[in-house]
Each structure stands twice: as structure tokens, then as C-alpha cells.
Design a protein around this ligand. Structure first.
Ligand code: SF4
Ligand code: SF4
Length: 228
């Protein structure tokens, strides 16, 4: 979620990995899309504060949703971003620990990227996680407020969501402007969604195992995390 200081909601900065973005054409798309989603969330929070004087209950270390929610939408480009971040931007100790969790993951397990009640892939967490913000008090254990108190769940601004998905469409081979407009209008992109909780994460565990046999990369990525 965006940073909240007193009465100000501060949008996070777009992440920038110039060398990686030059090498991986999809990465700039993903980071641009996440930036737009984050801007939309910031604006929605500012409106909520102005109209109803409500502030989010979500806080760092409050990871009940990541432990218990059964359905966490995840798109293929987002999954590609998670692979990149884990393999190329996190250190060996992190990857070793994560590989064990991924190999043992089942649909009823907590999200495998939850570590010490915080998101260990925060810069590249999916749109669904970025947008899920709750007002009126933290969730109870096992509670999904989308079902128990829908009015306490932030409604994202659709224009920002559509713009973000529009930017990601070339990853799915949709490049012509008319096709892109139709894809957004007809929600075609959403047919590709998966569920993070039921995803088979063994291939990522395998990629991590391979990466552990490769020389360590040093890229200062830990300094590239956005403000939380
Ligand atoms: S959605 Fe609920 S459990 Fe998750 S961070 Fe927000 S208040 Fe905490
Ligand atoms: S990806 Fe991060 S924010 Fe999303 S459910 Fe997992 S730990 Fe929570």
C-alpha cells in the first residue's frame, strides 16, 4: 500500500532497473503498470480520506490476508516478474529459504512469499495484493472482508486498472491499438488470470536450485525497494 504519514497519502515511486529493463522488454511494461496501479490506489485513498475521513487498517506486519485468503489473482506477466525478482534480485539466503517453502506449498498453505508477516516480494507483488486495502479495523483471523464487510474494502478506480492492463497487453501478443482497446473493453485479459494459492511453484523452486549453483550477482537490488 502507499505510505501514509499523518494526513498525507504519498504515492510510491516507480521502480527503475534500467539495465534489466533494457535486457527484458516485458519488465518496463510491468513496472509501468504497477506504477499506474499504485497511483490509482493513492488517489482512491486520498478520496476516501477526504470524503469519509477513513484511513486504511492495513499495516506492515499485518499479514492475515496473505495467510488465509484462498483466491489471490495472478497474471502470467506478474508471475514472470516474480521469477525475475526472486532469481535475480534476492540474495542466496533468501532464495534458499523460499525454495523450501515453494516446494512444500499447497493451496491451503499461506502465500509462500509471506515472510515474518511481511511480503518478501513487495516491489513486484501482484495487482490484486496492491489493491486489497481494508478500512475500519484489521481483519480477524481467517476473515475475508470482501465477503464479511464489503464496504470496508477499497474499491479501486477502474480507469487506472484498465490503463495498467492496457500497458501489459503486448506481453500477451496483443499489440494493435484496436485489438488492445477491444481486449480491455471485453475483459479478454482477465481470462488469463490464475490463482497464486493454487499455482504450482515447484518450477520456481527448481529455478532457484539452479540459480544457487550459479555465481552470485550483485546489483544493489535491496536498495531498489519502493517505499512501503
Ligand atoms: S487486508 Fe486485513 S489482514 Fe491484510 S493487511 Fe489489510 S487489515 Fe491486515
Ligand atoms: S504476494 Fe505478498 S502481498 Fe500478496 S499474498 Fe503473498 S505475501 Fe501477501
Amino acid at each position: 500500500m502507499p505510505t501514509t504519514r499523518n494526513d498525507i497519502v504519498t504515492p510510491p515511486r516507480r521502480l527503475s532497473f534500467p539495465e534489466d529493463e533494457a535486457r527484458l522488454p516485458w519488465l518496463g511494461m510491468l513496472l509501468d503498470a504497477y506504477d499506474i496501479i499504485d497511483q490509482g490506489i493513492t488517489l482512491a485513498l486520498q478520496r476516501e480520506k477526504r470524503k469519509h475521513n477513513r484511513r486504511p487498517a492495513c499495516r506492515e506486519g499485518c499479514g492475515g490476508c496473505c495467510r488465509t485468503h484462498k483466491d489471490i489473482p495472478l497474471y502470467p506477466l506478474e508471475m514472470t516478474g516474480i521469477y525475475w525478482y526472486v532469481i535475480e534480485k534476492r540474495d542466496r539466503a533468501f532464495r534458499q529459504e523460499l525454495a523450501e517453502k515453494l516446494a512444500g506449498h499447497t493451496p491451503s498453505s499461506p502465500c509462500p512469499f509471506l515472510a515474518d508477516d511481511a511480503c518478501s516480494i513487495y516491489p513486484v507483488r501482484p495487482v490484486a495484493c496492491r489493491q486489497f486495502i481494508v478500512f475500519g479495523g484489521p481483519c480477524g483471523e481467517g476473515e475475508d472482508p470482501y465477503h464479511t464487510r464489503r464496504t470496508d474494502v477499497l474499491t479501486p478506480l477502474p480507469d487506472f486498472r484498465d490503463k495498467a492492463f492496457y500497458i501489459m497487453l503486448p506481453f500477451y501478443g496483443i499489440t494493435k491499438e484496436t485489438e488492445k482497446e477491444a481486449a480491455i473493453r471485453n475483459n479478454i485479459i482477465h481470462a488469463r488470470v490464475r490463482n497464486l494459492k493454487t499455482t504450482d511453484w515447484n518450477p520456481l523452486a527448481q529455478r532457484i536450485a539452479e540459480s544457487l549453483g550459479e555465481p552470485e550477482k550483485t546489483d544493489g537490488s535491496e536498495n531498489s525497494r519502493e517505499a512501503q
